[in-house]
Every structure is written in C-alpha cells, then in structure tokens.
Design a protein around this ligand. Structure first.
Ligand code: AMP
Length: 446
C-alpha cells in the first residue's frame, strides 16, 4: 500500500516521500480515501497515529484539484480547529510541508501573540487556516476573517476542546460557516458529549477507529519508585545523573510545580525549562525547540501543555507527580516507546499517591512493581496528605467547568477538566453511519 495508490496526486506523494513516509499508517489508509470521497468523517485516533496527514493530505488534494465553489477573491477554503497553540503550529507546519509542491497557502492563528500581523496575513491569500477557537472568534468579531466559503472543517482533538471548555466557541464558529461543507471530527476518546457534538455536526459520517501505533504497554517499561514527597526532586536529579539521561519529559500536576521544579533542577546543574499555559508563546516555542533538538535535557510540563505536542519517541518520561486523572497516565507515557523504540516511564510516588497509583493500575489493567532506590527509602512515619484536586478528595462532576472565552487554550490546566475519559473510544451509537456500501473498506467500530 502506497500513498499514490490511495489516490493522492504526485506533488503530494513527492512531499510525503521526501518527509520520509513510505507506507501510510492505518488511520491514513482509512481516512485518506474517506476524505477524498467528500463525505463527513468521525475518527477515533490519538496523536502519534499519523492522523494529521490523515486529514491534511486529502484536504490538500481536494483543494488543489478543484476551484473554489464561487468566484471572486480567493477565499479560505479549509478550517482546522485545534485546542492548543502548539498543536495549531505543528499542524500548520505539516500542512505547509505536505503542500510544498502545491500552489496553496496556509496560515496558523492563535492567541497570546499580536493580532496585527495576523490581520496583515489574512489580507493575502489563505487557502487553509489552522486556528485555536478563541483568536479565530476575535478575528471574526473584528471582521478580519471571512469563513463564509469554508468547504472543509476539521475539529482536531475534539475531546480536548470539550475538556477545555470550548464547546461554546466551537458553536459560535460553526454559525459562521456555510451549511454545505465537509466535516471531519477527530477525537482520541469518546464520551456522551463527543457523541452529541458528532450527532449535531456530522452527516452520515464514515467511522474510523484506530489504536495507537504502539500500545504503550508493549514498548514501555514502567517503573514506580516509592519516595518521600520532599525528596522527589533529589531522586529525580539522582536518576538523571546516575543513568545519564539525555532527554527527559517530566510531568507535574501544576504550573507552579513545573516552574519550581525546572528552576530547582537548573540551579542544581541540570538544565530544565517548564512549559505550561502561563508561559509566553515565545518561551514555550523556545523551550520545545531546544528540547526537540537535544540542547535541553529536561522539559517539565503540565498535562494540558504537553497534550498533542509532537514530541514522540522519547526515551524517558517521568511522572514527578501522578496525574489526578488516571487516563492521563496513558497519555503521558504514550510519549515514549513509540514506533518500536523502547522507552521507560518512571513514576515517583509518595505516600499521598497510593490511591492514584491503584486507579492507574486499574485503567492500564496491570499492576506496576514498586521499587525503592537505595538511599531514598520512604520514611514510614510520614502520613498521607490530601492532594488538591485529586480524585480521592473532590471528584469533579461530569459537566464542563464554567469557562468562556477567557479560557485561552493554553491557559487551561489539568485540574479544570478531570472528567473521566475512556481510553478506548467506542463510536457505536455516536451518530448515524452511512450505509455500508458507502463506507468502502472502512472498518466498522467494534
Ligand atoms: P500525528 O499523529 O499526526 O501527530 O503524527 C505522529 C508522527 O508520525 C509525526 O511525527 C509524523 O511526522 C509521523 N508520521 C505520520 N505519518 C507517517 C507515515 N506514514 N510514516 C512515518 N511517519 C509518519
């Protein structure tokens, strides 16, 4: 199976070949023909499956082989909505690269940076717009963007967008689009809210569901180090030095914790930067670039800041604190051990977190062996303390946190969205699928 055999044009095949892709991933094998066929799509796929090319390539093909539906000034024809700034930037970069041999222009738009350069860019031709909802609505309010001739809409990481309270913004954006259009909805997980959104948005969609490229359990070694709350940083520094780790993504529960840890590590001689919603866009971009190119050994991130980032195939992921939501453990460790590489997921667990650990073991359906690093034996006299926002303390209701436009995507943080998510999406009953003849070779949901 090649990209050409999926029906993509030569310039697109050439671009992906140069990018090093030879074989389409399972989501690409299914999504590309479905999107080329012009119908709506509901896809259950996580970051790491190759989903970006799964929608970007057929969109590029369709736009480059057809003229805008109506004449006049060249309109924006495809809109890709994403929950976070980083994801928007990554997707637009991919779109640009996949479309480098086509005469199509793309643009990325997100908040936290000046609006004027974006207004300037919108005066030029833009065929494909990748945006976070808040800034897009700012532009719509100022009438600096015209969405009336959108032919294809993509909602990427729709579950994250809902988690982050974007449903109202999404609805406002939908109201600005023409009725006649193709809709593609991607979500890693399924929930009642996703099903409701899919039902209202999609017209007899093709249904696709794929697993991660590698199930985490296959390629990842899980380590649990029992340690005292106050000695975690010391243990982390010890593990980094003793094992000569070169590239470690460390997760903390809070923005404040991420800042403090990165500063402490740096003071102790291990260069680290934090990435979270309170950092300026340029600081985040800088930290991510340094980490990706190997110049920065430690990146400390909160869950939401790291979500959707294309930092994959990492050798080491450390849970400095266990996540409040057990499913986030799977998201976190999904960053290591991809594509056949082996990775290590290390969790530093103190006495407060035993309940969280048990919850995680339930979700991943295996028990994790506990280890104690010599010299870091936990003090049995230390008593457990409640974890702010932990499930063992105050479970959040299933409803959305009250957030309006003020909740810029990158500013949302984990404690605000602890609604339980299922790891394996099930789209059954999500919407009204097309009759099987229309779905071609698409796999029906189990
Ligand atoms: P995504 O799930 O879209 O974020 O993609 C995850 C990673 O897989 C990115 O680094 C892509 O560049 C890479 N990728 C996507 N499609 C392919 C492919 N067909 N072959 C190899 N790598 C791919």
């Amino acid at each position: 199976m090649s990209f050409a055999s999926l029906g993509l044009s030569d310039p697109i095949v050439r671009a992906v070949t140069e990018r090093g892709y030879t074989i389409p991933t399972p989501i690409q094998r299914q999504a590309i023909p479905a999107v080329l066929a012009g119908g709506d799509l509901l896809a259950g796929a996580q970051t790491g499956t190759g989903k970006t090319a799964g929608f970007a390539l057929p969109i590029l093909h369709r736009l480059s082989t057809s003229k805008p539906i109506t004449g006049g000034r060249a309109p924006i024809r495809a809109l890709i909505l994403t929950p976070t700034r980083e994801l928007a930037a990554q997707i637009e970069e991919s779109v640009r690269e996949y479309g480098k041999y086509l005469k199509l222009n793309s643009m990325v738009m997100f908040g936290g940076v000046g609006i004027q350069p974006q207004i300037q860019q919108l005066r030029n031709r833009v065929d494909i717009l990748v945006a976070t909802p808040g800034r897009l609505l700012d532009h719509a309010g100022q009438r600096t963007v015209d969405l009336s001739r959108i032919e294809v809409l993509v909602l990427d990481e729709a579950d994250r967008m809902l988690d982050m309270g974007f449903i109202h913004d999404i609805k406002k954006v939908l109201a600005l689009l023409p009725r006649q259009r193709q809709n593609l909805l991607f979500s890693a997980t399924s929930s009642d809210e996703i099903r409701t959104l899919a039902d209202s948005l999609l017209n007899r969609p093709a249904l696709i569901e794929v697993a991660r490229r590698n199930a985490p359990a296959e390629a990842v070694t899980h380590q649990v180090h029992l340690v005292d709350r106050e000695r975690k940083r010391e243990l982390l520094a010890h593990l980094i030095r003793a094992n000569r780790w070169q590239q470690v993504l460390v997760f903390t529960r809070t923005k404040h914790g991420a800042n403090r840890l990165s500063e402490q590590l740096t003071r102790g001689g291990i260069a680290a930067l934090a990435i979270h919603g309170n950092k300026s866009q340029s600081a985040r971009t800088h930290a991510l670039a340094e980490f990706k190119n190997g110049a920065l050994p430690v990146l400390v991130a909160t869950d939401i800041a790291a979500r959707g980032l294309d930092i994959v195939d990492l050798p080491h992921v450390v849970n400095f604190e266990l996540p409040n939501v057990p499913e986030d453990y799977v998201h976190r460790i999904g960053r290591t051990g991809r594509a056949g590489a082996t990775g290590v997921a290390v969790s530093l667990v103190c006495v407060d977190e035993h309940k969280l650990l048990a919850d995680i073991e339930k979700v991943i359906k295996r028990s994790l062996p506990r280890e104690v690093e010599p010299g870091f034996e936990p003090d049995p006299r230390i008593k457990a303390e409640p974890i702010p926002n932990g499930r063992n303390r105050s479970p959040m209701p299933m409803g959305r946190p009250a957030q309006g436009r003020s909740a810029a995507p990158a500013r949302a943080e984990p404690g605000r969205s602890s609604h339980p998510r299922t790891q394996t999406p099930s789209w059954r009953g999500a919407t009204h699928p097309r009759p099987s003849a229309d779905r071609g070779n698409l796999r029906r949901p189990a």
